[in-house]
Ligand binder design. Sequence first.
Ligand SMILES: C[S@@+](CC[C@H](N)C(=O)[O-])C[C@H]1O[C@@H](n2cnc3c(N)ncnc32)[C@H](O)[C@@H]1O
Length: 261
Amino acid sequence: MGYSSEFLQLLHRRNAETHASHLMPHLRPGMRVLDFGCGPGTITVGLARAIAPGEIHGIDMEASQIELAKAAAASGGHDNASFQVGNVYELPFEDGSFDAAHCHAVLMHVPETQRALLEVKRVLKPGGIISAREMIASASFSEPMGETTDQAWATFIKLLAANQGHPEMGKQLKSRLLQAGFTDVRATGSFDYFSSAEDIAFLHAFICDWFFMPQVVAAATQYGLATHEQFEQWRAEMDEWKEMPGAVGGLAFGEAIAVKP
Ligand SMILES: C[S@@+](CC[C@H](N)C(=O)[O-])C[C@H]1O[C@@H](n2cnc3c(N)ncnc32)[C@H](O)[C@@H]1O
């Protein structure tokens, strides 16, 4: 989904308490934790607080995100958090190095799910836990819908898939984790829900700035997923949605915790 300032605003609304609430009860002071695909580190710093004086290591394949994460940790005084550029396919850590591994909205973008999960399993200690929260794009919505808004959501899903992503990863976590040899899988679901005037204004601005940005429109039209006219219609429907008193929006996620035997 890129690293635009609009997309980063969405990531900056995330924190460990709200977006890793399924993991927090499993964390203990002194644990050694990996956050793979940590992005700007907004969730990582909350995990760092929960496991201090243990260490958290954030990795991301994008250098700009690692710089943001380092700055977030420094400004919050989280000296138990360190960050480096790296790929989840080849983690720069020894076997059995971590008590827990966390990711949020990452596996949905990683083409080879099993390769990634097996590599994370390698760096976990026996008995260590993996935690993931990933989008269920088909269960996400804006309501009330305009006449063709459903097509806009369908195009978003197709765009993720066309980029070798997994738009439904949130509901596939349990099977993927079992397939990779994890046990004791506990799968749950939740929404990032938008209802207040401020939330709706934010989601509207995010969708308009991201989904309607020239690169996204160009990709969708090049893949033959949508026309410029459709994007114009969707934009008009989103503008109407923002003004509706009953406007709500939801991004659906599945979460799972599992154990390395
Ligand atoms: C949607 S962002 C989520 C960031 C953060 N976890 C959050 O939820 O705020 C996905 C992140 O995963 C990273 N990523 C994608 N594929 C990766 C890979 N193979 N190895 C490491 N990082 C990856 C991206 O660079 C991006 O920063």
